[in-house]
Design a protein around this ligand. Structure first.
Ligand SMILES: [Zn+2]
Length: 266
């Protein structure tokens, strides 16, 4: 039951993410005003804003101007829903029996938060080759609050763990800055350099290693196959942020399996 509730929450968060991504990119306030159709500017009603359901009941067209709605919207909604389902499953969410005033629930909320950030960064970077500073910096601040309150108030982490996370963030930042600097911005954008501070804080050492490995490996595979398929006039640039986010998400939950597997090879 908790998993289903998380899935539904994820669908709505996904819908909200679509809205944020659209409004941040178009430099609109994302708290004020109604949602509108980007084509005909008609205000959208409650029935137009139900995740997935609205898209399919309207057969993918705006109710007012009949213009096709991008498939990206339901895809982001479904994907966020499934991720939330996965997070609830992996963290063994049981807030219906245990209540919400405990560390497990706080932890779950934090993971929902960062999952939403992952989706936003993924979509933003994939669509527009940019990761907005506001997104990265607010994610860093939320993670620092989580880590510091988790260490000094809630006793979830030891001082050593906190220290390792902060140092990891700093080292991985320097590493990416060097990559950025010496490749003159060709290997990655400066947005990625800032993003890894957030990812380093989340993962710490050694979990950051499988994350980076997955990011570089999947980036190389996709990059090479895109080059193989490349047609003339096609954009050859691929943003790196989505791969970093993907690697981090996998490492967050399965990083220790990778590390154990690697150590068993030694
Ligand atoms: Zn319309």
């Amino acid at each position: 039951m908790e998993y289903i509730l998380s899935l539904i929450l994820g669908l709505f968060i996904g819908s909200f993410i679509n809205c944020i991504v659209y409004r941040v990119y178009n430099k609109k306030s994302f708290l004020k005003g109604h949602s509108i159709c980007p084509n005909c500017n008609h205000e959208l009603g409650v029935l137009d804003l139900i995740p997935l359901f609205s898209f399919f009941s309207l057969k993918g067209k705006c109710r007012y101007c009949k213009k096709k709605i991008s498939k990206e919207y339901p895809i982001v909604e479904l994907f966020t829903g499934l991720l939330f389902f996965g997070v609830a499953y992996l963290l063994n969410a049981n807030f219906l029996t245990q209540g919400i005033f405990n560390l497990e629930f706080l932890n779950l909320l934090f993971y929902f938060f960062i999952t939403a950030y992952f989706v936003m960064i993924f979509v933003f970077d994939l669509k527009w080759f940019i990761i907005p500073d506001g997104l990265t910096f607010s994610a860093i601040v939320i993670t620092l609050i989580y880590l510091f309150s988790g260490t000094f108030i809630l006793n979830m982490f030891t001082l050593d763990e906190l220290f390792i996370r902060v140092v990891t963030a700093f080292v991985v930042f320097l590493f990416f800055f060097a990559l950025y600097f010496f490749s003159e911005g060709k290997a990655m954008g400066f947005g990625d350099v800032k993003l890894v501070i957030f990812l380093g804080l989340l993962l710490g050492f050694p979990n950051i290693l499988p994350a980076l490995f997955i990011a570089f490996a999947s980036g190389a595979i996709i990059g090479l196959s895109m080059m193989g398929l490349k047609k003339r006039g096609m954009k050859s640039e691929i943003p790196f942020g989505p791969f970093l986010v993907f690697g981090t998400f996998v490492a967050l939950f399965f990083g220790n399996y990778f590390i154990q597997w690697y150590l068993s090879l030694m």
